[in-house]
Design a protein around this ligand. Structure first.
Ligand SMILES: NCc1[nH]cc(CCC(=O)O)c1CC(=O)O
Length: 333
């Protein structure tokens, strides 16, 4: 039986070991441990978790001030390139859309809940919050969506890890909005008082999905091939890639007020994407779909390309209708 352990310091490359790089937050450790156990089972090889501190973990600045894409990602990618780990596990929504030299996408595993979750005091739903309620979020998309539904709300900036954010509900806020996936993964689902429907309140592109990255030179080598074949999920991959390509083609950063949700129904991949004005008073939605390859072809370059094409189509539609003047899309914000 192969095992999963954690190491503190650096650990050298060994053929009988897969080193998985992860951030050190409770959320990251929880999701990476699940991935690590699946990789150990699929390959029969021992796995160690290597914790890497990222700029996003260290800095106390607000995320919209930190600004640059990839604050949670660069240090993990450096560890891959520097051969300090063999596979890096990221929350896909934190991954910049630009490709990274020397690094390839290995797998996108089964997706967790892509919805946003309201965590309000006294079990309240969004509709039940009192007039002018204080609600915390660091995300311009969530702020716009909240104001769109409830223009009376007092939306406050919020950051820190999940527990820090939840604690604000006991103190100075009536509610916060977080990704349901994060709360579910760290065992805090009980704090959720409402999960917003994806067709009305789409999450961030790629929300709830993980991305496993690997050095390009390892992508077609075992044990990585076995690991990625076992972990990849066709629907998660197609939907997340479509949502990501939408963001890339909008030239939008991770802080852009853009929501997207894709899913496979029968043999169709359907993508719906919305760009919001920051105050939530206006928005634009594009809905597109395409046929997806089924069976073995579902995990192929052709399937990846079909998903990306769909994302691009939605973006072009939104841009043609004025998305870039409706909202600040660039990562400057
Ligand atoms: N931007 C922070 C972030 N990146 C990934 C998650 C967890 C959910 C996920 O995997 O999408 C979160 C927390 C949040 O948005 O509440």
């Amino acid at each position: 039986m192969s095992t999963v352990t954690r190491v503190e310091g650096p650990i050298g490359a060994r053929p009988d070991l897969i080193r998985i790089g992860t951030r050190g937050s409770a959320l990251a450790i929880s999701q990476t441990t699940t991935v690590a156990e699946a990789i150990a089972a699929a390959t029969g090889i021992d796995v160690v978790l290597v914790t890497v501190k990222t700029e996003g973990d260290v800095s106390r600045q607000s995320l919209s001030q930190l600004g640059g894409t990839g604050v949670f990602v660069s240090a993990l990618r450096d560890a891959l390139i520097g051969d300090r780990c063999d596979i890096a596990v990221h929350s896909l929504k934190d991954l910049p859309t630009a490709p990274c030299t020397g690094i390839a996408l290995g797998a996108i595993p089964v997706r967790a809940d892509a919805r946003d979750a309201l965590c309000a005091r006294d079990g309240m739903t969004l509709a039940q919050l009192p007039h002018g309620a204080r609600i915390g979020t660091g995300s311009p998309r969530r702020a716009a969506q909240l104001l769109c539904a409830r223009p009376d709300l007092d939306v406050r900036d919020l950051r820190g890890n999940v527990d820090t954010r939840l604690r604000r509900v006991e103190n100075d806020l009536d509610a916060v909005v977080l990704a349901a996936a994060g709360l579910d993964r760290i065992g805090r689902s009980a704090a959720i008082t409402e999960r917003f429907a994806l067709d009305q309140t789409p999450g961030a592109p790629g929300q709830g999905a993980l991305a496993l990255e690997v050095r390009e030179s390892d992508l077609a080598r075992d044990p990585y091939v076995s690991a990625f074949t076992a972990l990849n999920d066709g629907e998660a991959r197609a939907s997340a890639l479509a949502e990501r390509e939408l963001l890339a083609a909008l030239e939008a950063g991770c802080a852009a007020p853009v929501g997207a949700t894709a899913r496979i129904e029968e043999d169709r991949l359907r993508l719906s994407a919305t760009v919001y004005r920051l105050d939530g008073a206006e928005s634009l939605t594009a809905s597109v779909e395409c046929r997806v390859p089924s069976g073995a072809a579902a995990a192929s370059d052709a399937a990846d390309r079909a998903a990306a094409d769909l994302g691009r189509r939605a973006a072009l539609d939104l841009l043609a209708r004025g998305a870039a003047s409706l909202a600040p899309l660039g990562s400057a914000r």
